[in-house]
Design a protein around this ligand. Structure first.
Ligand SMILES: [Zn+2]
Length: 97
């Protein structure tokens, strides 16, 4: 892919904790994973940004605005939205995006 640019979205945040279990809250784990991914892409020299870097509440509108404002919607822009399911058979979590 030519000119890849990556937007990492740490799911949930702030008042929206997402799933939780065994002492783990989804918003914290998605942020930790997102920060790790951010650092690795930076080490590889790939342009990358994040929708949030702190425990911040993002409205769906703000989240999408940050994604779109990062690099626009041109070819080569990859959006990775991190979520951690709590288990069970549904195969998805409730998200505000
Ligand atoms: Zn989620």
């Amino acid at each position: 892919m030519n000119n890849p640019r990556i937007v990492i979205d740490a799911g949930h945040g702030g008042t929206d904790g997402g799933s939780s279990g065994n002492g783990i809250v989804e918003k914290d784990l998605t942020l930790a994973i997102s920060k790790y991914m951010y650092d690795r892409f930076r080490e590889l020299g790939i342009p990358v940004t994040m929708t949030r870097t702190t425990d911040e509440t993002l409205s769906p509108t703000t989240r999408v605005e940050r994604i779109m404002n990062a690099y626009g919607d041109e070819p080569g822009v990859i959006v990775i939205s991190n979520h951690i399911n709590a288990g069970g058979g549904a195969g998805h979590c409730v998200t505000n995006v």
